[in-house]
Design a protein around this ligand. Structure first.
Ligand code: URP
Ligand code: ZN
Ligand code: ZN
Ligand code: ZN
Length: 510
């Protein structure tokens, strides 16, 4: 039963029989180029009950097996988006895409798993987790959770432990911006980093100096700059660089790995490059918008057009995009997210008289895979194997779900896309599957089209048609101590041994 794009836009769910009536649990993908992060070959892929069973040059099967011809196409692990906000209550409103519509959009764009940010409820991690469990009941694809930490006390510290040991969360995000809302101070950051380290959980930061942003915003309003351009002017790249550097140094002090979300500027990227060069374990995540858009949109005379580009940290001047692409291609940055956080034009209009009230966030969950292919692979900046690594495998490794996810290997989940490099895509709000009435990539065309998406062994996107049903997505628990923690204790020991023995001083006699 197909859920056409027009139906999904009017918020109607596919009827439940779609799940039950799933045609065949046996699938054969024939003749494609199967690509993993470190190897590619022309081969057939055989799938049974949602799991990849075999990858071989030629596989013969019986009539009961559904066969998909992938000759001349790339067969790759489905995308994993490490950074999304579905049904997110933020800035006095809530994002339009929930765990069904956002995931349906993702599947239409070749993403088969995402990791969303649980926001604590009144500071309680447990209450926040329970609320997100409810929101995610309508899921139609696999998902995991990160957890934000917005205050500090003994209860929060204990809850972090419960999240890691019982709830399948292995990463915590600290907001260094959004003063008066989600922002935390350095003391909390340090406590949080220490706790993360002890649990083997990855510390993540939204890196902007929130106090300085607040100052910058007041200055803009005093100058009479109230439009969307005030957003960019009030929080320049130097504030992103400062917070990135601070978080990096505090993580170094604690000796725990760090993940910097939405790296938007050359300035922040260079802080990450410096830290990595010195041997520190820092992961940098650029997002699709930062890789291909520029801030000039914020000066657009039409408010609705300008406001849709408001996100934090801001989309920067032309030049930052190209530098972030280069950093991604050379390994300074490791994976691509979206920060999909969809607010429609009515919601964006909350800030018509004051840019500080424009809900922050842009779309991307449906567009990321196409945009990255076109920008990075078609331009020759990265190989197809690199593409798999940056959009899927590295995310799976960092969040410790590899090789169940992020690979086409026997035993891996059958989350697979088929991309036709000779076809093309076009992005418009009219044809996309998100509930958003706008799109920051409106009118963008490019080479490479994801023609088939298979999630958990089921064909969910084919012939430009979605076949999805709420309740079919699974929560993927993620265990602590990913590869980023390998050898961390040895580094601690090394540090302790390198400390000098305490200086013995004779008591003063006089
Ligand atoms: O503008 C943004 N990025 N909105 C989502 C919240 C966040 O900071 O990630
Ligand atoms: Zn249906
Ligand atoms: Zn953020
Ligand atoms: Zn975000």
């Amino acid at each position: 039963i197909a859920l056409s794009s027009s139906i999904s836009q009017s918020n109607q769910f596919c009827d439940a029989e779609a799940g039950a009536g799933a045609p065949s649990s046996k699938l054969l993908i024939k003749g494609g180029t199967v690509v993993n992060a470190h190897h590619q070959q022309v081969a057939d892929v055989y799938i049974e009950d949602g799991i990849i069973v075999a990858i071989k040059p030629t596989i013969t099967v019986g009539d009961e097996v559904t066969v998909i011809d992938a000759t001349g196409k790339f067969v790759m692990p489905g995308g994993i988006d490490p950074h999304t906000h579905l049904e997110f209550e933020f800035m006095d409103t809530v994002t339009v895409d929930d765990f069904f519509s956002g995931q349906a959009a993702a599947l239409a764009g070749g993403t088969t798993m995402h990791i969303d940010f649980v926001i604590p409820h009144k500071g309680s991690l447990t209450a926040g987790f329970e609320a997100y469990e409810m929101k995610a009941k309508k899921s139609c694809m696999d998902y995991g959770f990160h957890m934000a930490v917005t205050k500090w006390d003994e209860t929060v510290s204990r809850e972090m432990e419960i999240m890691v040991k019982e709830k399948g969360i292995n990463s915590f995000k600290f907001f260094m911006a959004y003063k008066g809302a989600l922002m935390i101070n350095d003391e909390l950051l340090l406590e949080g980093f220490k706790k993360c380290k002890s649990l083997g959980a990855l510390a993540m930061v939204h890196a902007e100096n929130g106090d300085a942003v607040d100052e910058g915003q007041k200055k803009m309003i005093e100058l009479g700059i109230t439009g969307p351009e005030g957003h960019a002017l009030s929080r320049p790249a130097v504030l992103e660089a400062e917070a990135t550097a601070r978080a990096i140094r505090l993580a170094d002090f604690v000796n725990t790995p760090l993940y910097v979300v939405h790296v938007m500027s050359i300035d922040a990227m260079e802080e990450i490059a410096r830290a990595r060069k010195s041997g520190q374990r820092v992961i940098g995540e650029p997002v699709a918008s930062g890789l291909v858009l520029d801030e000039s949109w914020l000066w657009h005379p039409d408010f609705e057009t300008a406001a849709k580009y408001v996100m934090s940290p801001p989309i920067r001047k032309r030049g930052h995009d190209k530098a972030l692409q280069a950093a991604l291609s050379t390994g300074i940055l490791q994976l691509v997210g979206t920060d999909h956080c969809a607010f429609n034009s009515t919601q964006k209009a909350l800030g018509i008289d004051d840019f500080r009230k424009i809900p922050n966030g842009v779309n991307g969950i449906e567009e990321r895979m196409h945009v990255v292919w076109d920008t990075m692979v078609e331009s020759g900046q990265i190989s197809v194997k690199d593409y798999v690594r940056l959009t899927s495998t590295e995310c799976a490794r960092i969040f410790n779900i590899y090789p169940r996810k992020g690979a086409i290997l026997p035993g891996s989940d059958a989350d697979i896309i088929i991309l036709n490099p000779n076809s093309s895509f076009e992005i418009t709000a009219k044809s996309h599957h998100s509930r958003l009435d706008t799109n920051v990539y409106e009118g963008r065309r490019g080479k490479g089209k994801i023609e088939v998406t298979i999630a958990g062994g089921r064909v969910v996107w084919e012939n430009n048609e979605l076949k999805v049903a709420p309740g079919t997505g699974r929560y993927i628990k993620m265990s602590p101590f990913s590869y980023l923690f390998d050898g961390i204790e040895k580094r601690d020991d090394f540090y302790l041994k390198s400390l000098q023995a305490p200086v013995k001083r004779a008591k003063s006699s006089s």
